[in-house]
Design a binder for this molecule. Structure first.
Ligand code: UD1
Ligand code: UDP
Length: 353
């Protein structure tokens, strides 16, 4: 039996096509890291994910408290169920917790989205990624440079498989469902708008930093309407900094997957610090301005529509994007909607020895 460990919103989007592609007994363990209906359940419904077999219900907490709670609950689960493989996704606390517990129990680990590196150890995700990759027996990478990163860290390249991007499998599988007109009508959105999402600790935890970003978002709202589905992490700090105090800023609750991508697809640009949004805009051809000093997804810059911007550079970047429509862009190699089946094929043949 393969145990898939999922906990946070991006995990659900990545795991759906991988789970669907397997022909083996599977068990879906939800750690409960994300628990709001709009951060969790909606994805299971929309993406056809099976109901979790168990939800560990760990909820929120400090890094140590959350990671430790997941580990304690998973240790019990893995001992009781003896999975032949634990499959983990991305770089969230649920990912490192599961990999660490499995490795100590001598259960092989497969990591989906291995080898991405921002080289910024102040990001909790970078710590998680590096450690998970050291613990993994099968490493599935979404873009070619990841193979080099893993080799440089001493990972045996025989364990590394370049399979493409399961998040893009999900996007391509739902292309016909993204109805921008319907979502615009449902939420009363303007014709022309910029979509914004912010949730990185470096952007939304410190009230002063958040206030600086709100000022910049208001400046771009002077140029074009801004639509922002607000991640719960930054809700209080951004609201207290007055995010809503601009007539052309529309704040929304976190959206379900289909509505969210429909909003992105209809936008003139995305302003974001999300990993997934950098990848989705690359395929949708929507210009993406990433409010971060670095990215672990450089292929979205070299092949896609992504650009890193500083808060001070945001307004002029938006002016440029509004003045010139997105040019031609390439699709990154193997972002073809077939990553899930590739992962399943390799995993099953590995398990069959
Ligand atoms: C987590 C991941 C991050 C990922 C993001 C995707 C880690 C270290 N971080 O960040 O890499 O990009 O998910 O969305 O794993 N909260 C709610 N409801 C929920 C979930 C969270 O209100 O359903 C609030 C709580 O106040 C919580 C805060 O959001 O303390 C942060 O949640 P947490 O899971 O710790 O990290 P994220 O910021 O969501
Ligand atoms: N997403 C969504 N609704 C939202 C915001 C995001 O459905 O309101 C989806 C979107 O597909 C995105 C994914 O959730 O790529 C992961 O989002 P998030 O930005 O939270 O995480 P990250 O990719 O930065 O880890």
């Amino acid at each position: 039996m393969i145990a898939h460990v999922l906990g946070a919103r991006p995990n659900f989007v990545k795991a759906a096509p991988v789970i669907a592609a397997h022909n083996r007994e599977q068990r879906l363990i939800h750690t409960g890291q994300h628990y709001d209906e709009r951060m969790s359940e909606v994805f299971f419904r929309e993406l056809g994910l099976p109901e979790p077999d168990v939800n560990l219900g760990v909820g929120s907490g400090s890094h140590a408290a959350q990671t430790a709670a997941i580990m304690v609950a998973l240790e019990k689960e893995f001992i009781e169920r003896s999975p032949e493989l634990v499959m983990v996704y991305g770089d969230v606390n649920s990912t490192i917790a599961a990999a660490l517990v499995a490795a100590k129990l001598h259960i092989p680990v497969a990591h989906v989205e291995a080898g991405l590196r921002s080289f910024d150890m102040t990001m909790p995700e970078e710590v998680n990624r590096r450690l998970v990759d050291q613990l993994s027996n099968l490493l599935f990478v979404t873009s070619p440079e990841a193979v080099g990163h893993l080799a440089a860290e001493g990972v045996d390249v025989d364990r590394v498989h370049f399979v493409g991007n399961p998040m893009i499998d999900t996007l391509l599988a739902h292309l016909d469902s993204f109805d921008t007109e319907a979502v615009r009508a449902a939420h009363g959105l303007p014709e022309r708008y910029i979509v914004a999402t912010l949730h990185r600790p470096a952007n939304v935890d410190d009230p002063q930093v958040a206030a600086g970003l709100v000022k910049r978002l208001h400046e771009i709202a002077d140029l074009a309407d801004v639509v922002m589905p607000v991640h719960p992490r930054g809700r209080r700090v951004l609201t207290e900094a007055g995010l809503d105090d601009h007539p052309r800023v529309t704040l929304l609750e976190p959206l379900g997957y289909v509505d969210f991508v429909a909003v992105v697809r209809g936008a003139v640009a995305a302003v974001t610090d999300s990993g997934g949004v950098q990848e989705e805009t690359t395929i949708l051809g929507v210009p993406c301005l990433t409010l971060r000093p670095n990215t672990e997804r450089p292929i979205t810059i070299t092949h896609g529509t992504n650009r890193l911007v500083t808060p001070d550079g945001l307004v002029s970047a938006v002016e440029q994007v509004l003045a010139s429509p997105a040019g031609e862009h390439e699709v990154p190699p193997l972002w073809d909607g077939k990553a899930g089946p590739r992962i399943a094929r390799i995993t099953e043949s590995w398990l069959n020895g």
